[in-house]
Design a protein around this ligand. Structure first.
Ligand SMILES: *Cc1c(COP(=O)(O)O)cnc(C)c1O
Length: 241
């Protein structure tokens, strides 16, 4: 496909997603500005990121450092905020911190320690969202990353007290298994309740990142401040990612 066709396709998809977000906000009695669209560009090339930026996208997300690092370098001239949403190994933290503004997948204290150390070394402030696993036991861990609800407070306090890091809020992925399987609305409502509790101790940590291509309406209805949309903008990914 030529660049012109790709641009037209991305513009059309983006307009459709924008309509969905606007309709969901209207249905929930929320202002459109209360919800920020993050486009998940994982597996797609830097050329797509550039087109999206030209079309007005300001937030992009990636989930694998080996793909994201060269892409972010190629796009370093663009006015974009980069989010990292994948499971993050501590040996990738030094690289990730170079181009990432917010890590949404913070789920264990060892990762917080590594992020803090590398953020300080890089002279950067990195925003952190605690990834909540609603398929995990209260004090357990999710299959696809994330900490059970019982682990939020301790991890939140740790982030808030770590140099180079800023506690920004909570993130979740609607679980495929457990009590919230196929109950996205209930899962996102639960995340909002957990956010209310977190904000009592950390009032500035008011980001609630929830909702993807299939369930952004439920996330907006629950009160999400950020939705993370990949497929609905870029198309079905050619490989798992
Ligand atoms: C891939 C991904 C998304 C986007 O999912 P789509 O279904 O393609 O919209 C959102 N959040 C996370 C954490 C992801 O890994």
């Amino acid at each position: 496909m030529g660049m012109k066709d790709r641009r037209a396709q991305l513009a059309e998809n983006l307009a459709r997603v924008e309509d969905r977000i606007a309709a969901a906000c209207a249905a929930a009695g929320r202002k459109r500005e209360e919800v920020t669209l993050i486009v998940v560009t994982k597996t797609y090339p830097a050329s797509d990121v550039r087109i999206l930026s030209e079309l007005g996208v300001r937030h992009v997300a990636e989930n694998k450092d080996q793909d994201a690092a060269p892409k972010a370098a190629e796009c370093s001239d663009l006015p974009l905020t980069w989010h990292f949403v994948g499971q993050l190994q501590t040996n990738k933290v030094r690289s990730v911190v170079r181009y990432t503004d917010l890590v949404q997948s913070v789920d264990r204290s060892r990762l917080v320690t590594a992020l803090s150390k590398e953020a300080v070394r890089a002279g950067r402030e990195v925003g952190c969202l605690i990834q909540v696993a609603l398929d995990a036991e209260e004090s357990g861990r999710g299959e696809r990353g994330g900490v059970g609800p019982g682990g939020i407070e301790e991890l939140g306090d740790l982030v808030a007290g770590s140099p180079g890091l800023r506690l920004d809020g909570l993130m979740t992925v609607a679980p495929l298994t457990g009590p919230y399987a196929d109950r996205q609305q209930a899962a996102f409502d639960r995340l909002m309740d957990l956010s209310t509790v977190l904000r009592r101790a950390h009032p500035a940590a008011n980001m609630v990142s929830a909702g993807m291509s299939a369930d952004l309406e439920q996330a907006v209805a629950a009160g999400a401040t950020h939705v993370r949309v990949g497929t609905a903008v870029l198309g079905v990914r050619p490989r798992l990612g």
